[in-house]
Design a protein around this ligand. Structure first.
Ligand code: FAD
Ligand code: NAI
Length: 469
């Protein structure tokens, strides 16, 4: 029997590792069980971080090829060194996961390598790849085991040609033709990477729109921007099968979502990006008596407690958006709750960003949601074509859209399509966190010339009018 811990966390993704650090800072003796060789979970190893390394590099490659000329920079056509771009990706991952190692040592967090399971409250069993099992005695347990890619029935993933996001991050050659199944965040981000590097990309989406859950006006306009870049869309369509050919290529059978005649798309690589599902395999939750909801997520109360006392859950494995920052904030909140403090997550002000070019960023309610809820709302909008800095940067695509309550002027949601939207959204997140009104924003001085002035102008348009339009 190993030492007694105050808290044992299963999974070292953004939920688990942040929870561990905060709990240690609050004086708890903390253990983390991780089955992978490196810490950091999906986000650091095969998600947020490697995808952003490739998105950044491929965006610069694309700009050097097409954007520099108009700025007066004449260079020969850039040559792709995919091996070096992939080295950049893996070095970025190594540096980030190494950072978590350092933070764990600094905070005296004990790491157990192996698959964690819960025979009962107060106990965690660690099964390493080789060697003997260890039993940990612990006051509390946090399940932070995250999520895995959802699969389409009948389609076999080999992570070389028929890939999930994991395989799509490590392709060794730019595919001539990439078929992406699912026009969600992963499909559009990784589709953009390979399109910028030279692939012809077709996205097949079941619904009649891209990015479900995002404001539909934003999604519509963003789809046009992606189409202008060369991305093709087959909406209201489903993939019936992916067949490997003798010459090594793929034939992707696509049918109308409502049924009908199939068409065949030729492809070199197919990316399945139809969502992710919570991961609880191997935890033995049925033995411990931990209840799951209808979608296989650990059911928790408002304090992240499962159906069993002493067992909590956070991150992708519970309900809510599958986002790293949501998992992190739940990790902090549950650590604070276990320390007797009032940990809390404000789910109405969690930003979401699609890191394409332009970026799409959103917080709070969409116009579709406000309509459905019968809220009396007003819309403030401002296009980047009327923003001086955007013109200087040749980044005039997109707009800012702010939704506020007609009676109280309180900001209920905000949506930005444009360069750096993912950085800019945070002033709206902060405003919403403080229950701010659009007039608060309209009266706040913004430095000139900045892209953020478009946010203020959108707020001004909700009052006496924007100045520059
Ligand atoms: P995870 O990060 O999934 O970590 C779970 C950990 O638990 C893993 O390390 C796993 O090995 C371990 N584990 C599971 N079961 C056991 C067990 N029984 N014993 C021991 N260890 C176990 N989100 C964003 O906010 N921004 C982004 O830009 C972004 N980009 C993404 C890009 C891609 C390609 C993908 C796939 C996801 C992306 N996400 C992004 C989503 C983000 O990665 C997740 O929301 C986040 O990682 C969830 O954190 P988590 O701690 O809940 O779980
Ligand atoms: P998603 O839920 O964003 O999108 C999946 C898409 O696939 C949807 O548009 C859906 O309608 C479609 N779809 C479902 N079944 C289909 C079928 N059979 N045929 C065709 N289309 C189908 O899921 P995605 O993109 O896989 O990402 C998973 C999660 O990872 C997301 O929830 C997201 O939150 C997170 N993520 C976040 C990122 C970010 O914050 N920038 C980046 C990447 C992932």
């Amino acid at each position: 029997m190993a030492d007694q811990f105050d808290l044992t966390i299963i999974g070292s993704g953004p939920g688990g590792y942040v929870c561990a650090i905060r709990a240690a800072q609050l004086g708890m003796k903390v253990a983390v069980v991780e089955k992978w060789a490196t810490l950091g979970g999906t986000c650091l190893n095969i998600g947020c971080i490697p995808s952003k390394a490739l998105l950044h590099a491929s965006e610069l490659f694309e700009e050097a090829g097409h954007g520099f000329k108009a700025l007066g920079i004449d260079i020969p056509a850039p040559q792709l060194n995919l091996k070096q771009m992939q080295n950049h990706r893996s070095e970025t991952v190594a540096s980030n996961v190494g950072g978590v190692d350092y933070l764990f040592k600094k905070n005296k967090i004990t790491v157990f390598r192996g698959i964690g399971s819960i025979p009962s409250a107060g106990k965690v069993l660690v099964t390493p790849q080789t060697g003997a099992q260890t039993e940990i005695a612990t006051k509390n347990i946090v399940i932070a085991t995250g999520s895995v890619s959802a699969n389409l029935p009948g389609i076999e993933i080999d992570e070389k040609q028929v890939v999930t996001s994991t395989g799509a991050l490590t392709l060794e050659k730019v595919p001539n033709r990439l078929v992406v199944i699912g026009a969600g965040v992963i499909g559009l981000e990784l589709g953009s990477v390979w399109m910028r590097l030279g692939a012809q990309v077709t996205v097949v989406e079941y619904l009649d729109r891209i990015l479900p859950g995002m404001d539909s006006e934003v999604a519509r306009q963003f789809q046009r921007m992606l189409q202008k870049q060369g991305m093709e869309f087959k909406l209201s369509s489903k993939v019936a099968g992916v067949d490997k050919q003798e010459d090594g290529s793929l034939k992707v059978r696509v049918e109308p979502a409502k049924g009908g005649e199939a068409e065949v798309l030729d492809a070199d690589v197919a990316l399945v990006a139809i969502g992710r599902k919570p991961f609880t395999e191997g935890l033995g939750l049925d033995l411990a008596g931990v209840a799951l909801d209808e979608r296989g997520r650990v059911r928790v109360d408002g304090h992240f407690k499962s159906s069993v006392d002493g067992i909590y859950a956070i991150g992708d494995v519970i309900a809510g958006p599958m986002l790293a920052h949501k998992a992190e904030d739940e990790g902090i909140a549950v650590a604070e709750i276990l320390a007797g403090q009032a940990g809390h997550v404000n789910y109405s002000a969690i930003p979401a960003v699609v890191y394409t070019n332009p970026e799409v960023a959103s917080v709070g309610k969409t116009e579709d949601e406000l309509k459905a809820e019968g809220v009396n709302y007003k819309i403030g909008k401002f296009p980047f074509t009327a923003n001086g800095r955007a013109k200087a940067m040749l980044a005039t695509q997109g707009f800012v859209k702010i939704l506020a309550d007609v009676d109280t002027d309180r900001v209920l949601g905000a949506h930005i399509v444009g360069k750096n939207a993912g950085e800019m959204i945070h002033e709206l997140v902060t405003l919403m966190e403080f229950s701010g009104a659009s007039e608060d924003l309209a009266r706040t001085t913004h430095a000139h010339p900045t892209l953020s002035e478009a946010i203020r102008e959108a707020a001004l348009s909700l009052g006496d009018g924007a100045i520059h339009i």
